[in-house]
Ligand binder design. Structure first.
Ligand SMILES: C[S@@+](CC[C@H](N)C(=O)[O-])C[C@H]1O[C@@H](n2cnc3c(N)ncnc32)[C@H](O)[C@@H]1O
Length: 335
């Protein structure tokens, strides 16, 4: 945890402006100083870290573990993605972590923080967008909140790199545009990879079918208690005009294709949050057969209705359906 008294609020205003109002991708880095990065790291990056916590915790409940020792954090910024992954799997025998960002300032900052947090880790700095040591490594590629900053040629490079990964963990903001960009990417990579999450299947994304144009694939992370109890977070939320309770994200977890079928094919994934009405809820449900809205009447299953309303039911369900309505659900057993 950094020191909030040193936060450069003007830098955060400028960064927020850049993130929100950027009209087109820029090939020029926007980090101007160490203070930009330190202030970002304590605030925006920490919120991104909460999204990583949500995804990694979900993967753990599915029994997922890293299957490679080599990690690449691409567009690393302050390396929040790799720090979260390494600390979630501290006993994994990581061999090395490579950092790439088109900002040298960012790479230097990331390297310093990682050295302090993981003194025994071998950290390598890539001198180009396609690290020399990446090919044949079959490594774990981490990408976080980068896609909407890429020019078409950088995006192509990143996809070329992604095709050589063993595993890809990719998190983006939960906006319509970011989710739709991630869906395009999913379709480009699905021939070579098994999709472990959020999809429960490898069929074409159901949001691409006619009638689903208005939807996007997003989920909600739970901020930690400190986000609501610490005055510095309140100040951050107010000044940046961010509702801290609301933490939407889009994500993809891909594993190089093997012969085993997706372990979740019988399950559906809830997209977004169920929409609650008086006495019933509408749930946007994604499964191999497509994405469709299904209704749950409170009277059909008051317990499930309540769990969903309180956000305690999880997002994976094997629905029990009667008369086109949900009447029950089974969740996958924790592994
Ligand atoms: C919003 S920040 C996210 C940083 C970090 N991944 C995180 O989740 O906090 C986007 C990062 O992508 C980097 N970036 C943008 N375009 C890039 C490119 N073409 N090649 C490498 N890095 C790029 C920026 O310098 C910045 O550090």
């Amino acid at each position: 945890m950094g020191d909030w008294t040193t936060i450069d609020w003007d830098a955060l205003d400028r960064l927020r402006n850049t993130f929100i109002h950027r009209k087109s991708p820029s090939a020029t880095p926007y980090w101007t100083s160490e203070s930009d990065l330190a202030s970002y790291d304590m605030t925006f990056a920490e919120r991104i870290g909460w999204k990583w916590d949500a995804v990694l915790s979900h993967l753990k409940t599915l029994g997922w573990e890293p299957s490679t020792k080599y990690v690449l954090d691409w567009g690393c910024g302050t390396a929040i993605a790799s720090r979260r992954v390494l600390s979630t799997f501290p006993h994994h025998a990581w061999t090395s972590l490579t950092l790439w960002d088109h900002s040298t300032l960012a790479i230097q900052y990331a390297q310093r923080v990682l050295r302090s947090d993981f003194p025994n880790l071998n950290i390598e700095i890539s001198s180009s967008s396609i690290p020399q040591n990446w090919q044949n490594q079959q490594g774990l590629l981490l990408v976080s909140h980068v896609l909407n900053e890429l020019t078409p040629s950088s995006r192509s490079e990143l996809i070329q790199l992604a095709r050589q990964a063993q595993t890809i963990l990719w998190i983006e903001p939960g906006t319509y545009n970011d989710s739709r960009s991630l869906i395009s990417l999913r379709e480009e990579l699905s021939e070579d990879f098994t999709i472990l999450a959020p999809c429960t299947h490898n069929a074409t994304c159901g949001l691409l079918t006619e009638g689903n144009e208005r939807h996007w694939c997003h989920h909600f992370a739970k901020p930690p208690t400190e986000a609501f109890t610490e005055s510095y977070w309140a100040k951050f939320g107010k000044r940046m005009d961010i509702d801290l309770r609301h933490l939407p994200y889009s994500f993809l977890v891909l594993e190089r294709k093997n012969d085993s079928p997706s372990p979740l094919t019988n399950f559906s994934r809830i997209i977004g949050a169920p929409r609650q009405y008086k006495g019933f809820a509408k749930i946007l449900s994604c499964q191999e057969s497509g994405v469709r809205e299904i209704e749950l009447q409170k009277r059909d299953n008051p317990k499930l209705w309540k769990e969903l309303r309180k956000g305690r039911a999880g997002t994976l369900h094997e629905w029990e359906i009667s008369n086109a309505r949900i009447i029950g659900s089974t969740s996958p057993p924790p592994r």
